[in-house]
Write a protein that binds this ligand. Structure first.
Ligand SMILES: C[C@@H]1N[C@H](CN)[C@@H](O)[C@H](O)[C@@H]1O
Length: 436
């Protein structure tokens, strides 16, 4: 870094974030009106040359639509007619079933401790009362300050409130050809000072109006803001932390300052020492995709396993929900969220406030995950207990006081742990071992 490179703060990730473990991501925006992408089931892939023309992310609709011959271009014309542009959809966005309080009460009931809605995605449509553009939910479509309503509803529901911002891409103010490759993704974006100021001013509005507990930037930030000076990223971070002392940022700003690291539809292989967050949709898309059905969604048991595996590896899970354009929540997604919430409500001490053990799982043998409570109690979490009894690893043999929640656990001299019949239907059963 040159001598004029700005100095970035070195801040620990706040305990509230590390203790929270589970958040809900909300991708809701103009793209939710069309709400369509080529659906993709778990494990399905497309050849790399079709990666962007057949993008599975429905929130990429504005880009995919511009790729000649793409399925999205065909869907758009057949659904909205040849003369309708993506931006015309802004006036068709009524959000008549949008219920911010209902959303947040549901997320809190499902065990989320924080929520991160999109304030502006790559399409450039802003969901707050911004002075920087008329392309917003206040000036067009819903004619509502969505971010303000979500911030109030989240905090009334006892949730920490974060905001997603697309710092690298804003297709409303950029005039590049459509992104058709990973190379395009990093070249078809503005890095000029005018755009850097535009982004700075938008995020400053959001920070000053809503004091978001999380600033979740995506992909990168305009390069011209990475040197010291007015409208620089360093200045924005300083302003943010002054106003939000317990605030935290992610790792997608393109500078040597980060809070938690992010993994999108991926996980960590081991247990990193740093705080990180796994994020994914319930299906293959973050934005609502009407072409997805139950077979495209992760099932509830896998969801519990994903959360437990992530927490055992020192991570948080930021699970996305995709509201429809009218503001209603897809029932199949809500059902999975509620199922996860039921498991979490019955096993809060296995997750919230825990920290990793010295290993997250067993290299071979029983599918176990480990977390440690603040008092040193070890949670031995058996995934899929229906598969029956398992053997405790040698370093846990002989530790007294093993419990299954209410009752003492039966452990044979060879370490065989009998899973009570009453627990075998659960996505995961939690055996506790008192501090050694
Ligand atoms: C959380 C996801 N991040 C990607 C960029 N990696 C976005 O392109 C995508 O639309 C979604 O917002």
């Amino acid at each position: 870094l040159g001598e004029d490179a700005p100095r970035y703060p070195d801040r620990p990730v706040p305990d509230w974030y590390r203790d929270a473990k589970f958040g809900v991501f909300v991708h809701w925006g103009l793209y939710s009106v069309a709400g369509w992408a080529p659906p993709r089931r778990p494990g399905e892939d497309v050849p790399v040359e079709l990666e962007y023309s057949h993008h599975q992310y429905a929130e990429w609709y504005a880009n995919t639509l511009r790729i000649p011959g793409s399925p999205t271009a065909a869907y758009h014309e057949s659904s909205f007619g040849v003369g309708t542009s993506y931006e015309d959809l802004a006036d068709a966005w009524t959000a008549e079933r949008y219920d911010p309080d209902g959303w947040m009460r549901l997320f809190a009931a499902c065990g989320a401790r924080y929520v991160v809605p999109t304030a502006k995605h790559h399409d450039g449509f802003c969901l707050w009362d911004t002075a920087t553009t008329g392309f917003s939910s206040v000036h067009r479509g819903p004619r509502r300050d969505v971010v303000a309503e979500l911030a109030g509803a989240a905090r009334s529901a006892g949730l920490r409130f974060g905001l997603y911002y697309s710092g690298a891409l804003d297709w409303h103010v950029s005039h590049f050809p459509p992104i058709r490759s990973l190379t395009d993704l990093f070249t078809h974006r503005r890095n000029d000072p005018a755009f850097a100021r535009h982004c700075f001013e938008q995020v400053r509005e959001l920070v000053e109006a809503h004091r978001p507990d999380v600033l979740w930037n995506d992909i990168d930030w305009p390069d011209s803001a990475k040197a010291a000076g007015p409208y620089s990223l360093a200045e924005l971070f300083e302003h943010y932390y002054d106003l939000v002392p317990e605030g935290v940022v992610n790792d997608r700003w393109g500078v040597p300052h980060l809070g938690f690291r992010t993994r999108e539809y991926r996980t960590e292989t081991g247990t990193p020492a740093w705080a990180w967050e796994a994020t994914r949709g319930l299906g293959a898309s973050f934005g609502y995709n009407r072409a997805e059905d139950d077979t495209h969604l992760i099932d509830a048991t896998e969801l519990v396993h994903l959360l437990v595996d992530t927490v055992a590896k020192n991570g948080n899970l930021l699970l996305n929900i995709s509201p429809r354009g009218d503001g209603s929540l897809p029932e199949a997604q809500v059902a999975r969220l509620r199922e996860l919430g039921r498991w979490l409500a019955a096993h809060p001490d296995a997750v919230y406030g825990t920290r990793p053990w010295h290993r997250h799982a067993e290299p071979v043998g029983a599918p176990l995950r480990y977390t440690v409570r603040p008092d040193g109690t070890l949670n031995v979490i058996a995934l899929d207990p229906a598969h029956g009894d398992f053997r405790l690893p040698a370093d846990l043999l002989g530790r007294p006081g093993a419990h299954w929640g209410e009752g003492a656990a039966e452990i044979g001299p060879d370490g065989t742990v009998v899973i009570p019949e009453a627990l075998r239907h659960l996505p995961a059963a939690v055996l506790t071992l008192p501090p050694s």
